[in-house]
Design a protein around this ligand. Structure first.
Ligand code: FAD
Length: 432
């Protein structure tokens, strides 16, 4: 039996655990930090990410949180000659509606307190200063949001959109990164700063003065003063080992990638989202049969909006990625998740779990067990929010200044009636 000793043990070497380990060593190089995972780093949920980022949220707290993460990703891009391949063509949200007041209210709610994120209306104005995202360079992209309601401008700029699209909202501080490169960069920096790594599956934790963490099979124990639980979809299982019941669910999300052999979409298209609910294109007989079957009736009715698509492989690539977060069924987690076998076989079909709270805010910070921290529930935004999550948890642990959103993202927020009221008042949790 081996007994290893460390000050801080981070469980989980996905984007989030790696970012916590990286920012702990960055803020305090003398700290003894060990990162443990039962598999290879960045190989579970983080390997499935669409690698998109945005500061678009219907509430200002999540907008400020992701803005902070984008600031930190920019820092890494600058110091590493853009090793994380950050580009910035934005997110374009398209709808067939002319009356987009609801969408505008959400935009205002998200951006109101952020002067650098102006909302620019291009109403009925064919040359009203809208700058399409021709280049992908993040440094030259504007901030803020452009709202375009001029049909001619929409058709000229986005000729591949449905001709019925009447309004387009272009979120500018958004784009793509290589989440894998970012993870590898932070992991390398962590190791160079003296951070340690272990391989093993945590299957039991005892807590007295310190934590005694058992690794399955290997007969190893790790003695740690503090633990960060960054186990992705297994964040709930690790918390259970210390008697904590987390308010998280796991939903399977699946995506497809395929070659755009007909070149239907320009390679310069930003990440594009169809906001409108959809009905699948069945004939009447098929729709009737589906509607009669309790397992498939949902396919016959209206499905939620937010089908999204983007070019994959850069400006000279030929592939597209397509996603649609229509599924919201909570399932037990497994290291070998099962996907729907109805997806077209001619596509590359992949996916993983969205691990999320009801309000879709992550759990980042201390828990009621002294020395036990959470870095989880990053839903569909854990790649883009990894840096701000790692930085925030490290700040909590090192007693450093905390950003304004810290209390709202803390696992202790459920004890604060004002925060609970804000959570409950939220209409749109921004799941994509
Ligand atoms: C299909 C899909 C598309 C997505 N697209 C985007 C996107 O475009 N942009 C974006 O920002 N986010 C996206 N996300 C979300 C993002 O991928 C996740 O939020 C993020 O990867 C979560 O990282 P993590 O480190 O928390 O979890 P993980 O990557 O799952 O890492 C957790 C680690 O913990 C380890 N572990 C678990 N249990 C144990 C144990 N008992 N002992 C030891 N190790 C353990 C696992 O092996 C794993 O390596 C997407 C997610 C999915 C599923």
């Amino acid at each position: 039996m081996n007994k290893l000793q460390t000050d801080t043990l981070v469980i989980g070497a996905g984007s989030v655990g790696i970012a916590v380990a990286y920012y702990l060593k960055k803020h305090d190089p003398s700290l003894d930090v060990t990162l443990v995972d039962c598999g290879q780093p960045m190989a579970f949920t983080s390997a499935q990410s669409g690698e998109n980022y945005r500061n678009w949220w219907p509430n200002p707290m999540m907008r400020a949180f992701t803005d902070r993460s984008i600031d930190l990703m920019e820092e890494i891009a600058l110091e590493s000659d853009n090793i994380l391949q950050m580009t910035r063509r934005g997110y374009v949200l398209a709808t067939r509606q002319i009356d987009i007041d609801d969408h505008l209210r959400e935009l205002e709610a998200g951006y109101t307190d952020s002067p650098e994120n102006q909302i620019r209306m291009h109403v009925g104005d064919a040359n009203g200063g809208y700058r399409p995202a021709i280049v992908e360079d993040w440094k030259s992209a504007p901030n803020g949001v452009d709202v375009i309601t001029d049909k001619a401008v929409i058709e000229k700029t986005f000729p591949y959109f449905d001709k019925e699209v009447r309004s387009v909202i272009h979120i500018r501080r958004a784009g793509m990164i290589s989440g894998q490169q970012m993870g590898q960069y932070m992991l390398q920096a962590f190791k160079e700063a003296g951070g340690k790594r272990l391989t093993g599956k945590v299957d039991h934790i005892d807590h007295a003065e310190a934590f005694s963490v058992r690794l399955a099979g290997a007969g190893n124990f790790v003695q740690a003063t503090r633990i960060v639980n960054a186990a992705g979809p297994f964040v709930g299982e690790i918390a259970n080992m210390l008697g904590i019941d987390l308010p998280v669910e796991n939903w399977i999300q699946q995506k497809i990638a395929f070659e755009d052999t007909k070149k239907t979409i320009a390679r310069t298209m930003p990440f594009a989202i169809d906001l409108d609910p959809q009905c699948l294109d069945w004939d009447e007989d098929e729709r009737g049969l589906l509607a009669e079957d309790p397992d498939f009736a949902w396919l016959a009715g209206e499905l939620p909006g937010a089908v999204h698509c983007r070019p994959e492989g850069g400006d000279r690539g030929t592939w597209l990625k397509l996603g649609w977060a229509y599924n919201s069924a909570s399932v037990p987690v497994s290291f070998t998740p099962e996907f729907d076998d109805q997806f077209p076989r001619s596509t590359v079909h992949y996916g993983g779990y969205y691990t999320l709270t009801k309000e879709n805010w992550p759990l980042l910070g201390p828990t009621e067990v002294d020395g036990f921290y959470l870095a989880g529930a990053l839903s569909g935004f854990g790649t883009m929010a990894a840096c701000a999550s790692g930085d925030l948890v490290a700040r909590h642990m090192l007693n450093q200044d905390l950003p304004g959103y810290a209390a709202m993202l803390s696992p202790m927020r459920y004890n604060d009636p004002a925060i609970v009221a804000t959570m409950n008042a939220q209409q749109n949790p921004g799941i994509l």
